[in-house]
Design a protein around this ligand. Structure first.
Ligand SMILES: [Zn+2]
Length: 76
């Protein structure tokens, strides 16, 4: 018997929000992106092994990593 398994990284854009950038100091829209790594079995995602969030300034393009708690506080 043979088992085919692996990891797959999926990223999708979440709704961003206006915020002030740490680098350029402008109050502009920031895009929010979620990256999740999923364990796959026969190319079918079974469960998520890790999840990370990144926020990107639309003015200067600076990318910062966010913890899940920080991401959740942005949604409020
Ligand atoms: Zn910026």
């Amino acid at each position: 018997m043979f088992i085919l398994f692996g990891l797959k990284t999926v990223q999708h854009a979440l709704r961003g929000r206006p915020a002030s950038c740490r680098r350029c100091g402008q109050l502009v829209h920031h895009g929010l992106e979620e990256r999740s790594t999923r364990f796959t079995l026969f190319f079918v995602p079974v469960f998520t092994t890790s999840r990370s969030y990144r926020i990107t300034c639309s003015n200067c393009g600076t990318v910062n990593s966010l913890a899940r708690r920080q991401k959740n506080s942005l949604a409020r």
